[in-house]
Ligand binder design. Structure first.
Ligand code: FAD
Length: 491
């Protein structure tokens, strides 16, 4: 038999569940990726031709194509490569399957509702042609149905989930899927079906600032980042909370697009944790948080639209013109709270935001500006290069207190104290808000508290080159406690 591997968010040619399964079961295997117009056209319709994610995928496909060619060559087969299509996945995959005459298509599971709907369509179209669609587990170490409580129900609290995740982990969960061992089944692309990656322009896009940012793409980029991180993992526990430091791994984008295998990362984290290497257990915990939110999305897909805890849908968020203006200021990094603004500039300029700052910026939106968490969630979804529906939704609902195992609603981050604590020397703020760079430290966290002479000496003119605060935190805090009172009875 022959098979087609349909790659989506698993853009690598090693330790790959669907690819290994196809290679083991078929004599001839081809690999394909579809630039899906159902996803891309809405961006182009909004004039968004420079998109870091599209470019990240594009660069990673070039790397993947090379890896496949090299795998083919090492088995004496020339002409192996990636088939790239541009169109609707629900049409392109069945068409390719027919053109290649395969009996089965292999892909990896994706529990995002839009992905499930797309896959159901593809499955239906393939079935018409008598072609099977096989789904592998690749995006997570443990699927949502593999870690359940004693009653067979999903966990909704992280700590017992993590305990069960670790206790029921079997070595096979972390074992790599050895593509290389079976790679002799990789078949050359038929000349009639042009292989290779089209240019970015050919799919309607133009370069973003990805290269300028030196964001490393593809599996090669992922492995270089991983190596860099492992050399400093001992400091992860302390350094990860300080946005001015190179503390975290910066691997999220690679886990998002599967240029790195989650099994490989989790195996490493688990081994280092067992060896007692400092930082490894915290890092492993973060990887388990990722799986926790993945299983929440899979079990409770209503979270995409609504609060995990229904009572929180009764909250009346600010709306109308003033609310819209506050939202626009938040998006543009113009709230007058330097740490929040620096965070938003980091997101807008680079597509990344430090985890501590995601919490601070999200909390500010819901609990200082009184805006619906879904507004912020959508903005992050549009701008984060590592955007992942499950983690983003989980993170936002955690901050808005509406999620499972979320921050209690009466815990409200003070953006000035967060700034003093996590950017004590103001290094991060200075990097993204150069107009405040000459303010001395204590003032940098709350410029409106600085005496006029100090502001003048530092060249800061509030309301002119840096905004006055949009809201007073203490008043906002009071309003938030009143706003959240509707949920008190059920919290
Ligand atoms: P590291 O600290 O090196 O962590 C290693 C990996 O663990 C990450 O790559 C990520 O895959 C996972 N991880 C770490 N923290 C979390 C967490 N809290 N929840 C889930 N997974 C985690 N993460 C995303 O990948 N995509 C998102 O769209 C996203 N949106 C978020 C929105 C909000 C409001 C919040 C509070 C958090 C969000 N996170 C999201 C989680 C976290 O902020 C990022 O995963 C992390 O900042 C990525 O940087 P890193 O790879 O250097 O992290």
């Amino acid at each position: 038999p022959s098979g087609l591997v349909w790659l989506r968010r698993d853009l690598r040619a090693h330790d790959h569940a669907a690819l290994t399964q196809a290679l083991r079961q078929c004599q001839r295997v081809w690999c394909a990726f579809v630039f899906d117009t159902d996803i891309l056209q809405p961006l182009l319709d909004r004039g968004l031709r420079a998109d870091r994610r599209v470019e990240f995928i594009h660069e990673s496909l070039i790397d993947l194509d090379e890896q496949l060619r090299a795998l083919g060559r090492s088995n004496g087969t020339e002409g192996v490569g990636l088939l790239v299509r541009h169109g609707r996945a629900s049409e392109e995959i069945p068409r390719l399957a027919t053109q290649l005459g395969v009996q089965a298509v292999y892909a990896n599971l994706d529990h995002e509702p839009a992905a499930l709907a797309r896959d159901a369509q593809v499955r239906g179209a393939l079935a018409h042609a008598g072609v099977l669609l096989h789904m592998g587990k690749d995006q997570v170490v443990r699927e949502h149905h593999e870690v359940l409580n004693q009653g067979g129900r999903p966990f909704t609290v992280f700590t017992p989930y993590k305990k069960a995740w670790l206790q029921t982990l079997s070595p096979s969960d972390l074992q790599p899927h050895p593509v290389e061992r079976y790679a002799d089944a990789l078949a050359p692309c038929p000349p009639a079906l042009s292989a290779g990656v089209p240019t970015l322009e050919a799919i309607g896009f133009v370069p973003s600032n990805l290269r300028e940012l030196k964001i490393r793409t593809g599996s090669r980029g992922a492995l270089a980042l991983l190596e860099d991180f492992l050399a400093r993992i001992e400091h992860y526990g302390q350094a990860r909370d300080y946005p001015a430091l190179k503390g975290p791994s910066y691997l999220s984008v690679h886990l998002r697009f599967g240029t790195l295998s989650i099994r490989q990362v989790a195996r490493l984290a688990h081994e280092l944790h067992q060896q007692g290497v400092a930082g490894a257990s915290t890092w492993l915990s973060e990887l388990i948080w990722r799986e926790f939110y993945q299983q929440i999305l899979a079990h409770f897909p209503h979270v995409v639209e609504r609060a995990f805890k229904p009572a929180y849908d009764r909250i009346r968020w600010e709306h109308g013109k003033a609310a819209q203006a506050h939202f626009a200021a938040w998006c543009a990094g113009q709230t007058g709270y330097p740490l929040v603004d620096a965070a938003m500039h980091q997101l807008n300029q680079t597509g990344y935001m430090h985890n501590r700052l995601r919490m601070v910026a999200a909390s500010f939106l819901c609990k200082d500006l009184g805006l619906d968490w879904r507004w912020g969630e959508r903005y992050f979804a549009e701008h984060l290069i590592d955007f992942d529906l499950a983690s983003n939704n989980g993170g936002w609902q955690w901050c808005a207190s509406s999620g499972c195992d979320a921050q209690p609603y009466f815990r409200i981050f003070n953006p000035v104290l967060q700034s003093e604590k996590f950017d004590p020397q103001g290094k991060f703020i200075r990097r993204y808000l150069p107009q405040l760079a000459r303010l001395p430290e204590p003032r940098l966290h709350a410029p409106w508290r600085a005496p006029a002479a100090e502001l003048e000496a530092a060249g800061v003119a509030l309301g002119r080159n840096y905004p006055s605060p949009l809201v007073d935190h203490f008043e906002a805090r009071q309003l938030t406690l009143e706003r959240y009172a509707v949920v008190r009875a059920e919290s």
